[in-house]
Ligand binder design. Structure first.
Ligand SMILES: *Cc1c(COP(=O)(O)O)cnc(C)c1O
Length: 434
């Protein structure tokens, strides 16, 4: 990386040289008013709409209009097997076999469905280990699972916290806690990437350490999927869940997905909540009373696939297939490195970044803590056409997404941010202004 320069010319040059630059044209960039495109840095919360999303949804509507129920078999992409094409597209994004992936439901719901199968507590081994400061839905999900199984969540939850004075976790500390408390732990359920700090965890090391203690290891990949390349299969991860509306640009509350490792996909003894769409396809429509699961992740489906809601996700995943995760990661490292460089260059003591400086421990996002009047700074940013996110009490999260963000977006953001700090955050004239 490195070799960044502060001026606008660098950003413009970098955009010119960017082999992925044309992908921006495949997305609608929201306007900030006055017909000006916003500086959209919120792909970690809601990704932008691919231009092809509309035609993808429209295709399903047309098939329904023209074919009625025959759409299940005769649609351009037959509805009966529609989500198999998503599994195939997902395989490269998360590093799995397509049979290990199923697109279904939404994320929090899938976490519960996965825990039905993969959180199997006993009297002596019942704890769930998560990272401290996990996304609230994940905290609620694991606590309610503990309670559902009759355990006290205070006793049953192990939260791995950063060292005193630190904001992010050290892998060696995570491993040590797994070694110390693994024998009481039934399930390790970490975020692949923490939503708040933007820290990317070493999923391979966590999985290995967990398995050495006979724990089941799953990940919530809401902030990792479409952000960083992964190798879920090779890392031997037991299961994973992710939503598709953040970096994956599938649309608000779009259909989520699960990964179930092949080893478990073939294990029909695993308890699971069953529904007719998880039944093996060959005999599903014999409508028998005995549930025979499909092999692979597909065996966890309950209902028939919501093709209208899958359609924009499919359109988006096709763009990922064109770009490729490795190329996206390469650009992302440069783009986020550039953001870090410009923020360093501001050299300010009125904010600091809590996301790890090590590129291997982060994805697109940098989380900026503003020491004073952060909320005003954030409002001013939004006012000036920067779309980014505010997390109480003092955090602004900035996520340049390599599919549609430019180096110029990062440059513009830092210029505007600098001006907002001068206006709102008690910065005096020694400070560089925009
Ligand atoms: C975004 C996010 C969620 C959201 O859950 P939904 O069920 O999609 O509303 C859950 N967990 C994590 C870690 C997230 O980042």
């Amino acid at each position: 990386m490195g070799n960044y320069e502060a001026g606008l010319a660098f950003a413009q040059q970098a955009d010119k040289k960017d082999p992925l630059a044309a992908f921006r044209d495949q997305f609608y960039i929201p306007y900030a008013g006055h017909g000006k495109e916003s500086v959209y840095l919120l792909g970690n919360s809601l990704g932008l709409q691919p231009i092809t999303a509309q035609s993808s949804v429209f295709e399903v509507l047309e098939d329904w209009k023209n074919l009625g129920i025959d759409g299940y078999f005769k649609a351009k992409n037959p509805w009966l097997t529609y989500n198999e094409s998503l599994s195939t597209l997902y395989a490269d994004i998360v590093g799995a076999q397509s049979s290990e992936i199923v697109a279904m439901n939404t994320l929090s719901l899938n976490l519960h469905l996965m825990m039905v199968s993969f959180y199997r507590p006993t009297k002596t081994r019942f704890k769930i280990m998560i990272e401290k400061g996990a996304f609230p839905s994940d905290q609620y999900a694991v606590k309610s699972q503990l309670e559902f199984h009759g355990f006290d969540p205070v006793e049953g939850l192990i939260e791995v916290a950063p060292r005193k004075g630190e904001k992010t976790l050290r892998t060696e500390d995570i491993i040590q806690i797994i070694e110390e408390q693994g024998d009481q732990t039934a399930l390790i359920l970490f975020g692949g990437m923490n939503y708040y700090t933007g820290q990317l965890f070493d999923m391979e090391a966590i999985t290995r350490a967990g398995h050495a203690q006979d724990c089941v290891v799953g990940f919530d990949l809401a902030h990792a999927a479409g952000n960083v390349p992964m190798k879920l299969h090779d890392w031997d991860v037991d299961f994973a869940c992710w939503c598709s509306y953040k970096y994956l640009n599938g649309g608000p509350a779009s259909i989520a997905a699960c990964f179930v490792h092949e080893r478990h996909g073939r294990n029909f003894e695993l308890p699971r909540f069953a529904g007719w769409w998880g039944h093996e396809v060959k005999t599903r429509f014999l409508m028998g009373s005995e549930f025979i699961p499909s092999s692979g992740a597909a065996g966890w489906q309950l209902s028939n696939a919501p093709v209208l809601s899958l359609a924009p996700v499919k359109a988006s995943l096709e763009i990922f297939a064109q770009a490729g995760m490795e190329a996206l990661r390469e650009k992302s490292l440069k783009l986020t490195g550039y953001l870090e460089f410009l923020l360093d260059d501001l050299g300010s003591d009125v904010f600091h970044v809590i996301t790890p400086r090590d590129p291997a421990q982060r994805g697109c996002q940098l989380s900026i803590i503003v020491h004073q009047d952060g909320k005003k700074v954030h409002s001013a940013l939004m006012e000036a056409g920067v779309v980014c996110d505010w997390r109480e009490p003092d955090c602004i999260r900035i996520a340049p997404a390599p599919l549609y963000n430019r180096f110029q977006d990062v440059y513009d953001f830092v210029q505007i941010f600098s001006g907002c700090l001068v206006a709102h955050s008690g910065v005096t004239e020694h400070y560089k202004s925009a």
